[in-house]
Design a protein around this ligand. Structure first.
Ligand SMILES: Nc1ncnc2c1ncn2[C@@H]1O[C@H](COP(=O)(O)OP(=O)(O)OP(=O)(O)O)[C@@H](O)[C@H]1O
Ligand SMILES: [Mg+2]
Length: 327
């Protein structure tokens, strides 16, 4: 559906070189990366908003410029930029009213998108009468009413508070599946990317470091930079080898289970901090040997954690060799 081939774009102090990305029909791909990594640059070029680049972008085999003219492309930004002097409904229609669609078709489409985005009954409100979340939904409705083949979204929910954000993420997922819509979604929020994407591409300094399904990325990060970016905190360097263990693959115990040690390795340390959050303990352990801090996520603790923490008693952090991620 979307095919970006050898996209190259240079700004002062920034280079995007030979960037390649394919997004399949009906797929939601996220680009995840820190600020300045080039996400918006890719989106603007891929959606036809910036024509000054080298390489090739096609949407459903058509050149991007042609696709844009055809109305195959729609874009939603962080700030919805609604027109303040016209109503919600007029905002939604604004982009398609010059297409020769006919009033019946327009009305049909508007009522469809109002329904999908749960905006029914609000048609006659003005943007200033809407909340941030409602405005973003109008922006999405305005994009969908054009029936694009592909929707580009650049951090559309980043100005919204977490519960609303999560609801809109679910909504987008629902819409993607219902309309078999192809979406390129941009975010710097890892959880957001993980909760909505079929595949996630990790960007850094204008480069796509790795692209895969959320599960594969998390299980098989290609290097420690990617692992860190995915929130994997226990990364070790021994000799010249780098390896990692996920917080949830570690287990703290206060007595070494001798019979199980055949399958386990362990660190010895003291608890330097802990907290309990939504079903899990987050525990930091200072290792005696390496002075390294290890982070553990564990849902059950079979001993008095508080006592071991305050009295600085020794605990053990078990891990299984098979859970190690090698780079
Ligand atoms: N029009 C421009 N002129 C000059 N430099 C630019 C321009 N647009 C972007 N850049 C530079 O290109 C780099 C990538 O910018 P881009 O907006 O693509 O990053 P981003 O990943 O979207 O970041 P953010 O998460 O902050 O939105 C930045 O260093 C930025 O300063
Ligand atoms: Mg950006």
């Amino acid at each position: 559906m979307l095919k970006i081939t050898n996209m190259t774009k240079k700004y002062k102090g920034f280079e995007l070189i030979d960037f390649n990305l394919h997004v399949k029909e009906g797929e939601l791909v996220s680009l995840l990366g820190e600020s300045g990594s080039g996400k918006t640059t890719v989106l603007r070029i891929a959606s036809g908003l910036n024509e000054d680049f080298s390489g090739n972008v096609t949407v459903h085999t058509k050149h991007v410029e042609q696709a844009l003219k055809n109305g195959d492309i729609a874009v939603v930004f962080q700030d919805s930029l609604l027109l303040n002097h016209i109503t919600l409904k007029e905002n939604i229609i604004f982009g398609i009213k010059f297409r020769k669609l006919g009033n019946t078709e327009i009305e049909k489409r508007v009522s469809e998108v109002l329904k999908i985005l749960e905006l029914e009954g609000m048609e006659n409100k003005y943007p200033k009468e809407l909340s941030g979340g409602q405005k973003q939904r109008v922006a999405i409705a305005r994009a969908l009413v054009a029936k694009p083949r592909i929707l580009f979204m650049d951090e559309p929910f980043s100005a919204l508070d977490p519960p609303l954000r999560e609801r809109l993420q679910l909504k987008i997922k629902e819409i993607q599946i219902k309309l078999n819509l192809t979406i390129l979604f941009i975010t710097h929020d890892r959880d957001e990317a993980f909760s909505i994407s079929n595949r996630i591409g990790i960007m850094k300094n204008g480069t796509l470091l790795q692209i895969d399904t959320p599960k594969n990325l998390y299980d098989y990060p290609l290097n420690s930079t990617i692992a860190k970016f995915l929130g994997i905190e226990n990364i070790f360097q021994t000799n010249d080898k780098e390896w990692a263990i996920k917080n949830e693959d570690l287990r703290i115990v206060h007595i070494l289970p001798s019979e199980k040690l055949k399958n386990n390795n362990y660190f010895e340390g003291i608890i330097s901090n802990y907290s309990f959050k939504s079903g899990f303990y987050d525990i930091s352990v200072n290792c005696l040997e390496s002075y390294k801090q290890i982070k553990v996520k564990q849902n059950r603790i079979e001993f008095n954690l508080e006592e071991y923490f305050y009295k600085k008693k020794i605990i053990y952090v078990l891990y299984r060799i098979k859970d190690i991620v090698f780079f």
